[in-house]
Ligand binder design. Structure first.
Ligand SMILES: NC(=O)c1ccc[n+]([C@@H]2O[C@H](COP(=O)([O-])OP(=O)(O)OC[C@H]3O[C@@H](n4cnc5c(N)ncnc54)[C@H](OP(=O)(O)O)[C@@H]3O)[C@@H](O)[C@H]2O)c1
Length: 241
């Protein structure tokens, strides 16, 4: 049987990079989806130096041409994709009160966090259908949980980021839609909250390490039951939608 393959978007640094490293350590051939060639090559070189089977795919999730070119690259090299991790995401201007955040900033956030994921999913679906027990993982956020953000005693309800929080709520909806639509092909689709993690995303204010964040992603990607689908998880446990 050929080696299992995984593609991770936004993999040149932070949570995506650590996920790539840990998936590689567990025996996967890892495709790093990176929008910048230089940053991507540096990230791939680092993983290769650690003995990981890593490859670069230039993917900007807002650019259909780059996605289609990456599909062609994986198709000719592997002919399949086993696991897709939709990790690339942006916060938008923060903090921003709902009445003040501009439509253009919200659209920018949605173009990456929601439409970018849908673009990548639709383009890679034929290769996923050729995969072995295929899985798709959406890197969502606890800030997308309507139960948590509507609970005024929960710290997430204090975060003023309309574009970002609602984009992750939308991503959770996208997760369920694809999970239902792809169940007939045996493709599992789940969302994961990596938790508040110290990365460039938040000026390294998060309390979790990238390794702690990656754990739940790797669990869904490689360890959880294949039958698990249409769920939202934090630290390997169900999180509320
Ligand atoms: N950090 C947290 O506390 C936290 C909590 C909950 C959820 N998350 C989610 O976890 C994911 C990763 O976050 P992170 O903390 O690792 O963020 P990060 O440090 O800002 O890294 C984001 C990654 O996404 C890439 N990216 C951004 N826009 C892209 C695009 N249009 N096309 C392709 N790649 C793009 C970035 O590439 P460049 O280097 O080229 O910019 C970078 O590799 C995001 O979806 C985020 O919403 C994070």
């Amino acid at each position: 049987m050929s080696k299992r393959t995984v593609l991770i978007t936004g993999a040149n640094k932070s949570i995506g990079f650590e996920t790539a490293r840990e998936m590689g350590q567990s025996g996967f051939k890892v495709w790093l989806g990176c929008r910048d060639a230089v940053r991507g090559k540096d990230a791939v070189s680092l993983l290769l130096s650690e003995g990981i089977d890593a490859r670069l795919a230039i993917i900007d999730v807002t650019d259909q041409e780059s996605i289609d070119a990456a599909v062609g690259q994986l198709k000719s090299e592997d002919g399949k994709l086993d696991v897709l991790v939709n990790n690339a995401g942006i916060p938008g201007i923060y903090p921003s009160a709902p009445e003040a955040q501009s439509i253009s900033d919200i659209m920018t956030v949605y173009n990456t966090n929601v439409f970018g994921v849908i673009r990548v999913m639709q383009a890679f679906l034929p290769l996923l259908k050729m995969g072995d027990a295929p899985r798709i993982i959406m890197v969502s956020s606890g800030l997308g949980s309507l139960e948590w953000v509507s609970d005024r005693t929960h710290p997430y309800s204090q975060v003023a980021a309309l574009g970002y929080t609602s984009s992750k709520t939308a991503l959770n909806g996208v997760t369920v839609a694809f999970a239902n639509g792809l169940s007939e092909y045996g493709i599992s689709v789940n969302a994961v909250d990596p938790g508040y993690t110290a990365t460039d995303f938040n000026g390294h204010t998060g309390y979790r390490t990238v390794s702690e964040a990656a754990r739940g992603i790797v669990w869904l990607a490689a360890e959880a039951a294949q039958t698990l689908t249409a769920g939202f998880y934090f630290d390997e446990k169900r999180a509320p939608w």
